[in-house]
Structure formats: C-alpha cells, structure tokens
Design a protein around this ligand. Structure first.
Ligand code: AMP
Length: 120
C-alpha cells in the first residue's frame, strides 16, 4: 500500500502555525492539543510532526526516534491530564475507520465511563 500525504489538512496547518491550537504537550516529534469538539471531559489529540496519514503509515515508515517520541507524547499527555480511572486511545483510520483528518492522530478520551468500544 502506498500513502499520499496531503499537506493541506487541518493538522498540517496546525503544525505550520497557520491555525491556533490549545497545546497540552509538545516534543521534537509530536504535538498534543485539545480536540476542538470534545466528546469526553478529557479529549486530547496526539499527532506526529512528520507527514503520516495514519497509524499503519506511521508504524511502517516513521523512524525509530519518531515512533519513540510519539509514544512518549502519549505517556506525557496521560500524566498531564490524569487517567488514573482509565481512558480510551482511538486512531480512526481511512473510510471504514471514519477518519476525518488525513494526518495520524490518536484521540485520548477520559474523565467519565466511556461505554462499550463500538456501537453494536
Ligand atoms: P477523526 O474523525 O478521528 O479524523 O477525528 C478528527 C478530530 O479532529 C475530531 O474529533 C475533530 O473535532 C478534531 N478537529 C478538527 N479540527 C480541529 C482543530 N482545528 N483543532 C482541534 N481539533 C480539531
């Protein structure tokens, strides 16, 4: 499978500073910010700074440093927002995964019981 990254997506614009964001955490390889339309009391998006469309794209093509930096950002977000009672990490991917923004993002949702994983 090949991946064709579109640098006009909204998260690419956030990374270039063209659109504001409410930053929760940032390191060399990743940025975490509040979701603009939160679906839980805590709803943070963690994105890599590199041009990766999806979790599988990132896992296949990102460098080891990028992958470690991204996972560290997730760890730091969990510490910052407080997820002692649990949380859900979601990476919606392509059409069947209902991905709206074609730049990898992991949703970190927490702050209340979140119910079953999928609508049945
Ligand atoms: P997904 O459906 O998994 O692609 O999720 C995209 C998420 O991006 C949604 O939860 C949106 O609310 C969120 N979103 C879209 N634009 C922005 C923005 N400018 N700042 C923060 N979050 C955004």
């Amino acid at each position: 499978m090949s991946f064709a990254y579109d640098d006009q997506n909204v998260f690419a614009k956030i990374l270039r500073g063209e659109i504001p964001n409410k930053t929760v955490y940032e390191n060399e390889h990743a940025l975490a910010f509040e979701d603009i339309a939160p679906q839980a009391p805590i709803h943070v998006l963690v994105i890599p700074k590199g041009p990766y469309m999806s979790l599988d794209h990132f896992a296949m093509e990102a460098s080891a440093d990028e992958q470690v930096g991204f996972m560290k950002a997730i760890a730091e977000v969990c510490k910052i927002v407080g997820v002692e009672d649990g949380f859900r990490a979601i990476a919606n991917t392509r059409d069947h995964g209902h991905q709206e923004v074609p730049h990898l993002h992991v949703h970190i949702c927490a702050g209340k019981p979140l119910g079953p994983m999928l609508v049945r």
